[in-house]
Write a protein of this length. Structure first.
Ligand code: ADP
Length: 261
């Protein structure tokens, strides 16, 4: 039985197809402005990746994410908090705290023993502590985001970024560059600044191992390292971390389809 989860994020749309509970196909693409079209195109690409199957053969589709209500192909919509929790638990059985850093928001979710959402906090008011913050800085530094991990790791010291506001932090970066401060310590400082925001949120829900990072920014190893240092705890990044929401939605689709049978 084929089912799917579609996560329409503010920045990226992800789709996952499961066949009898096992990963069959996945796809990620920029969300753009037409959510309905993007969701459908992303799901089609994940279906194609799953093999020679057409969309109408899907037994159940669950949509999640910021644009979930606009997915006309979905049988059900579920919040991204629930889907990230389910996805993170499916990836890492011992997950108790999920740190999800997306393009324009970040969330920290605490899970109970059964993997259900016990508590969560969300930052969707301000770009600090989100992927957008790092994208702005990457542009300013003229360094691809994919290099942030290795450059943060290579930094012998870090530059202090004291502003939490993206606009002021950007001015700080410009000023540091003009004073001859290298890109590596600046990137380490930026990763620390993002981690600082998230650490505060983790303590609000309660720290409990294991901590799992999801969302696109989890692929930035510099942020993971900063978070690990500040929490003094291992932070696990599953290989499909950006797909956690879509994967969780697909797991729920699997359960819903099984119940309906
Ligand atoms: P959303 O669901 O909020 O749309 P995602 O969780 O898909 O967002 O994450 C999108 C963010 O992840 C973007 O800000 C993007 O810059 C960042 N991102 C994606 N891939 C990478 C990567 N390889 N390294 C660092 N950051 C990345």
């Amino acid at each position: 039985m084929y089912v799917a989860g579609v996560d329409v994020g503010s920045t990226a749309t992800k789709a996952v197809v499961l066949n009898d509970g096992k990963l069959a196909g996945k796809h990620v693409m920029p969300t753009g402005t037409d959510h309905v079209k993007t969701a459908s195109a992303c799901l089609d690409a994940a279906v194609r990746a799953a093999g020679d199957l057409i969309s109408r053969d899907l037994a159940y589709v669950v949509s999640t994410g910021y644009g979930r209500a606009m997915v006309d192909i979905a049988d059900k919509t579920v919040t991204e908090i629930t889907c990230h929790a389910r996805g993170a638990r499916a990836f890492v059985e011992s997950a108790h705290v999920v740190v999800d850093i997306g393009g324009q928001d970040s969330k920290v979710i605490r899970l109970d023993e059964d993997g259900m959402v016990a508590d969560f906090v969300m930052n969707d008011k301000c770009a600090a502590g989100t992927g957008r913050f790092l994208e702005v800085m990457a542009e300013r530094l003229d360094v691809p985001l994919s290099d942030f991990g290795k450059m943060s790791r290579a930094a012998r010291k870090r530059a202090m970024i004291s502003s939490t506001c993206t606009v002021f932090a950007e001015s700080e970066v410009i000023s540091l560059l003009s004073h001859g401060v290298g890109r590596e310590p600046i990137i380490r400082g930026l990763c620390d600044a993002v981690a600082d925001r998230l650490v505060g949120m983790v303590h609000r829900v309660g720290l409990a191992p294991d901590v799992v990072m999801t969302g696109g920014v989890s692929q930035n190893d510099g942020v993971r390292l900063s978070l690990e240092r500040k929490l003094a705890l291992r932070v696990i990044v599953p290989s499909m971390s950006q797909y956690a929401g879509a994967y969780g939605a697909a797991v729920i689709a699997q359960e819903s389809a099984a119940k309906g049978r």
